[in-house]
Design a protein around this ligand. Structure first.
Ligand SMILES: [Mg+2]
Length: 390
């Protein structure tokens, strides 16, 4: 292969993976339960996040090289993200060297500043960047983790997110994270209910497994402090994502008022700058970028290195759910754990039915190793892809 092999096509795509019906569950999953969120103050929208989610769905990016080799990156927020990829990024990337991931990332990240490189543009950037890394691995015949410096761990410690804690223990996870059901809109009774949920989970986990709490942008500074103080006896390893992501002064205030509590955030921050600020000002102890949202692998690697230089660890949001996060975590000494979330299966249904993309290794007894296949090792047939805008 020539080292200057060029990109000939960049295209937003829809992916349709053949589905099969899961086996019967032992009981329904917790997934329909209420989760505190930024809209909880509006009774009409409070009961479930799906009541107000944008309905754009998933979107992919396929990047093709001169020799016909192609790579695939996946993200969410379909139509507007597909427009950024096809209308803006694609024409400027055709003719660029396939292996030049830093250069292509910089081109896109700078180009998008005119209308804002965070938000939906960062999702588009993520999909293209992940496709370029997949392509680079395929062209070089190497798994992406090998291109990032090789394995930094023997295997990856996985923690489970969701409120079926007993099931996660049965599956062999040694750490679990709850979704917090109630927030400021639910007053003192909500505080009591939150405490009951955490107490029950601690009981199920016992003293030797770790417990965390996800607050999904639902709180303000006062509520975060009150709840954390109530929950102190349950020894949470961390609480995360408790404020609206732009409220950086609020993060500083929580840090000051809860010096004893390990704090985590980042799934709703994008591009390295916000993370560099958070690390530099010690707003949190742990950074949690999402590799499919923050600007892709190139952005996530910059974030991991900035955090590491500041003495902080990074644990990707949803990191194990796709091979993308698995490869970066496997290659990064300062990424100690990886998250398993988005359980579409109910208790009793084996993890093989999780509905992950074909080629995505699954946790066994709470640990996993990424695929050794070239690129990210996705086993996606080209026939499953079609142009997003037909
Ligand atoms: Mg979270």
């Amino acid at each position: 292969m020539r080292s200057d092999i060029k990109i000939v096509d960049v295209r937003a795509v829809r992916l349709t993976v053949p589905e099969r019906a899961p086996p019967p569950a032992r009981r329904p999953s917790w997934g329909g339960a209420e989760v505190a969120n930024p809209m909880s103050r509006y009774p009409r929208l409070k009961r479930h996040r799906s009541l107000w989610y944008a309905r754009w769905g998933p979107v992919g990016c396929k990047v093709t090289a001169e020799d016909g080799t192609w790579g695939l990156g996946l993200t969410t927020h379909g139509r507007p993200v597909a427009a950024v990829i096809d209308d803006h990024f694609a024409p400027h990337l055709v003719g660029e060297p396939c292996l030049a991931t830093e250069r292509c990332w910089d081109l896109m990240a700078r180009m998008a500043r005119q209308y804002g490189a965070t938000g939906l543009a960062a999702y588009a950037l993520s999909a293209v960047d992940l496709a370029l890394w997949d392509l680079k691995g395929k062209l070089l015949g190497q798994p992406v983790y090998a291109l990032l410096g090789g394995p930094a761990h023997d295997d990856l410690f996985c923690y489970a997110t969701g409120n079926d804690t007993d099931w996660y223990v049965e599956l062999g996870f040694a750490a679990a994270k709850l979704a917090c059901p109630y927030g400021p809109a639910d007053g003192a009774r909500g505080l009591d209910a939150n405490e009951r949920l955490v107490a029950q989970a601690r009981e199920v986990l016992g003293p030797d497994r770790e417990l965390m709490l996800d607050c999904w942008m639902a709180f303000d500074v006062e509520y975060t402090v009150r709840l954390a103080e109530r929950l102190r006896p349950y020894r949470l390893k961390w609480i995360e994502d408790y404020l609206l992501p732009e409220d950086l002064d609020g993060f500083a205030a929580v840090r000051q008022r809860l010096p004893w509590q390990t704090l985590a955030a980042g799934e709703h921050w994008q591009l390295p700058e916000a993370f560099a600020f958070a690390a530099g000002h010690r707003l949190v102890d742990l950074l949690q970028p999402d590799i499919q949202w923050c600007g892709g692998l190139t952005a996530a690697q910059k974030i991991v290195h900035a955090a590491e230089a500041a003495g902080l660890q990074t644990i990707l949001h949803g990191g194990s759910n796709t091979p993308y996060g698995q490869h970066l975590t496997y290659a990064s000494p300062s990424m100690p754990w990886i998250e398993v979330s988005g359980f579409k299966t109910a208790p009793g249904v084996p993890l093989t039915e999780l509905g992950r993309l074909p080629g995505t290794p699954l946790p066994v007894n709470g640990r996993l190793r990424p695929s050794d296949a070239p690129g990210f090792g996705l086993e996606i047939e080209e026939a499953w892809l079609e142009p997003f805008f037909a």
